[in-house]
Design a binder for this molecule. Structure first.
Ligand code: HEM
Length: 200
């Protein structure tokens, strides 16, 4: 049986999260600046930030079941910082797209959202992640009352939108997106009791 984590351990874990999320992102653009990303640097940065955002997002969904399993309620405090990094990576992902693929032509960007289904669902995912990030501050959380939880239940819709975005964005290699879909389904299955309560 693990002894209960104290505030200091949580701060240490948060520091590790900051380092392991911030350094790879910084190093990515460092290598891009020095032209060290291989033959197709644009594809590389879009792929890296997209997969990074998805991995971190899924990690944020692991926190609650893990806290329950280990009986370490304090771990829940990590959800916010992990979720904010998922949002940060997503923003860089979309900025890469805006900068390299559409050169900040917003009309072209909007037409892409309407014409390409994989961009449409990606936008839905980003929109939800933005709302979750903006409402993650404790003052806003308090002022929203029970509406906060209702809004944050949209995390699961974001997850579904993001894995569909990944699946639709690949042309042939379907194994990787399918693995991510299975992981998301497993993480949702762990929450089946919560979903059952909604539909009662
Ligand atoms: C408006 C919003 C978004 C746009 C415009 C966008 C754009 C793109 C593009 C252009 C690709 C590469 C497709 C290709 O290889 O041809 C891609 C792939 C991907 N995106 Fe997004 N995306 C958006 C939102 C998101 C969000 C919110 C996430 C995750 C949180 C995400 C995760 C991914 C992943 C995992 C891939 C696959 C990476 C790969 O294997 O190349 N995207 N996205």
């Amino acid at each position: 049986m693990l002894s209960a984590l104290n505030g200091r351990s949580i701060t240490l874990i948060k520091l590790c999260i900051h380092l392991s999320c911030f350094i790879p992102l910084f190093y990515l653009y460092w290598r891009a600046y020095y032209d060290e990303l291989g033959a197709d640097p644009v594809e590389y940065v879009i792929h890296y930030t997209g997969i990074g955002a998805l991995n971190i997002f899924l990690l944020s969904l692991v926190v609650s079941p893990l806290a329950k399993f280990l009986k370490q309620g304090k771990l829940i405090q990590l959800r916010r910082v992990i979720g904010l990094y998922a949002f940060t990576y997503s923003v860089f992902h979309v900025l890469n797209f805006l900068f390299f693929e559409v050169q900040f032509d917003f009309l072209l960007f909007i037409s892409e959202i309407f014409e390409r289904p994989y961009i449409t669902v990606g936008m839905i995912g980003l929109f939800i992640l933005t709302l979750l990030a903006l409402t993650s501050f404790s003052r806003i959380k308090r002022s929203m009352g029970s509406r906060w939880q209702t809004l944050h239940n949209f995390t699961y819709i974001a997850g579904i939108a993001i894995v569909i975005h990944f699946y639709w964005s690949v042309k042939s290699e379907l194994v990787e997106p399918v693995i991510y879909i299975v992981i998301l389904v497993l993480l949702l299955v762990l929450r089946k009791d919560r979903f059952k309560r909604w539909f009662k």
